[in-house]
Design a protein. Structure first.
Length: 278
């Protein structure tokens, strides 16, 4: 279905470095990059352009506009979001979506990687000691940083800083000019190796999902569409909030299949039971 076809990778931030090798080897496609396509027009992490839609809608727009601009019928793109982890409180998370669209076969396949492996953070800097502390947590200089006048202002914004001498000089200038300034991690993929690693994991999941064929019609992308809770407690037998099964659905023929105990256990520890351990 994909061998020898041209696959357009829609990115401005060098994501093809981790996406192209995987998809080329797994699918036999010839990868090209959407040179000159400005993905920032759909939203930037620093807020100059607000993302109008959620990550999935934005990702779909990125694929559609890329295909129209480059006259391709096979495209892949990714979209990342950063913020608090949905279940690990007080921890930041990188939520990456990767989508492959095949117009020739009317196919859309999506993979997701939610990771705690991120340096996503920001801080208000008033002195050199605060800057040093932030830089250590931000993995500087292997990971770039951004500075600006304040969190809600784009005045004086400078991105992609990886040179310590440049940063310390700018810090002195901003402290003298503004009294304080905001520093944040640069989350663009080419400036953030941690994020690039998460995108690579999402690409691996995408390959796995593409290779997962529907048992009924053999269409690629037979993947999990629903997670059902209710794994029984091994002590009292009542259902817990832990995963009991995964529901797989074909995007083509709508064939559905339930796979029990996806985590390899048939009962949950009583410590996670609301009855045994309320």
């Amino acid at each position: 279905m994909f061998a020898t076809r041209t696959l357009l990778i829609v990115t401005k931030h060098r994501k093809e470095q981790v996406i192209a090798p995987l998809l080329k080897q797994a699918l036999g496609v010839n990868c090209i990059v959407a040179d000159g396509f400005d993905t920032d027009k759909l939203g930037t992490f620093t807020g100059e352009v607000e993302r109008e839609d959620d990550a999935l809608v934005t990702l779909r727009r990125k694929c559609d506009e890329g295909m129209q601009a480059f006259k391709c019928d096979l495209v892949v793109a990714s979209e990342g979001s950063f913020g608090p982890h949905p279940s690990v409180f007080f921890a930041a998370a990188d939520d990456e979506l990767l989508m492959l669209v095949d117009k020739q076969n009317n196919l859309e396949i999506i993979a997701r990687e939610l990771s705690l492996e991120t340096n996503f953070s920001s801080a208000e800097i008033c002195n050199h000691e605060q800057l040093e502390k932030f830089l250590e947590l931000a993995c500087f200089p292997s990971h770039a940083v951004i500075i600006r006048k304040s969190r809600n202002s784009n005045e004086g914004i400078i991105k992609g800083i990886t040179d310590a001498n440049q940063l310390f000089k700018l810090s002195e200038e901003y402290l003298e000019k503004y009294g304080s300034y905001t520093i944040e991690t640069d989350m663009r993929a080419m400036h953030n190796p941690k994020r690039m690693n998460v995108i690579a994991k999402a690409a691996e999941k995408l390959v796995e999902k593409i290779k997962s064929l529907c048992p009924q019609c053999s269409l690629p992308g037979f993947g999990v569409t629903e997670v059902r809770k209710g794994l029984p407690c091994e002590l009292c037998g009542f259902g817990t909030a832990s995963t009991l099964s995964h529901i797989y659905t074909c995007a083509g023929c709508t064939y559905t299949e339930e796979k029990l105990y996806p985590n390899g256990v048939q009962a949950e520890n009583p410590m996670y039971c609301n009855i045994c351990n309320p």
